[in-house]
Ligand binder design. Sequence first.
Ligand SMILES: Nc1nc2c(ncn2[C@@H]2O[C@H](COP(=O)(O)OP(=O)(O)O)[C@@H](O)[C@H]2O)c(=O)[nH]1
Ligand SMILES: [Mg+2]
Length: 398
Amino acid sequence: MGDWEIISNEEVDELRRMVEDTGVQNLPNYISKKAKQWQEVEVHIAVLGETYVGKSTFINQLRRVEEWDDTFAPVGLGDTTLEPTAYENPYNKNMVFWDLPGVGTLKFSKDESYFRTINIERYDFFIIMSDQCFSENDAWLAREIRKRGKPFFFVRSKLDEDFKSAEHDGQSIDKAVPRIYKSCADNLRKANFREPNIFIISNYNHEIGQFDDLMIAIFHSLPDLKKEAMILSIGPLTHNIIREKKKTLHSRVFKIAVISAGVAAIPVPGLDVIADLAIIAHEIHFYMSEFGLDEESLKHLCKKTKTKYDQITESLKHSKSLLTEKNIIRTLFMKIVKTQAAEQVAGRFAKYIPIIGSIVSSGVAYGACVKFLRSEIDLLEQDAHTLIDVVIDKNKKL
Ligand SMILES: Nc1nc2c(ncn2[C@@H]2O[C@H](COP(=O)(O)OP(=O)(O)O)[C@@H](O)[C@H]2O)c(=O)[nH]1
Ligand SMILES: [Mg+2]
């Protein structure tokens, strides 16, 4: 979509469908509900594997919890329970990770009773984790999951240890991933997986190996609404997750703009357009928390990386002003309204006026909302990438 396009043909179609469903008067309400729908969707993630392979560590990382958090999954103790243990994502309780004891570990026999114990139907996808090259037990699990037609991923953890060994042995670390892949794939081929989905990762360092590829593969294995829920519920852990978040947030913009510039919009004192600034501000705060740039996330990060708050915010070009300057959202929005009004007078948006004009009270407000929200997403995305680099840098020095 070009920069000048304030609504795409697909979005026009979607709007028309929504108007048909609910009528213009109810549109803001209807869209608000749709925009929140992802929070209602449950995603259940099964993490299976033998004891000590890194399941709990992986689950903690994806939930962004640290040792000091109440719901931290105990690490390094092995599997102490025979029961599946559920860990909610504190940022979205409908995203639940299940720590499941492996078949080999706790005297489970390889039969239906195991699947009854773990309630196999519950999960949207399965992570089968190993810190070796996957055992016969892992392969058996995968075959059973495959029979049931659910997505599953083989995840080989502790790549950082292989890197250390390679360095110690005077070998190139570049060869570690292909070498591990080959050993795992050979093993799994013998167990009847022709092209196994193997991802080699480190729970300690997401920048090495295929953590990012794993996340993207998981997103794409899910149906639309669950995919959106997954992308918006997971933390901004890597550059690619941030890019996926950006895409998903962009796809919401036209809906939020319709609500803000909507039929029931409230005139904003001092603005000569009708737009609901509270809705816009709320959405921008949502972007900030999605990108880990809200105060709470930043403070959490400071504690984790032992960095001072000011030192972190200093590196964040855009969020810094959003976090500290009062009325900044209104000021920035006003600027866009002015350019939007001028462009609209110049007739650049004439082709959109019939559809937008029949739905929102002001085409200028709609156009300004779209542009504003899009530019905010892009600016915040930049800060989110910067933040990751700060963390990586910090980790290197620790
Ligand atoms: N070096 C390294 N250690 C890891 C990694 N993942 C987990 N560990 C460590 O492996 C041990 C077992 O991890 P844990 O998550 O408790 O495994 P679980 O028994 O499968 O839940 C702990 O000491 C973790 O700190 C990793 O990717 N790299
Ligand atoms: Mg564990």
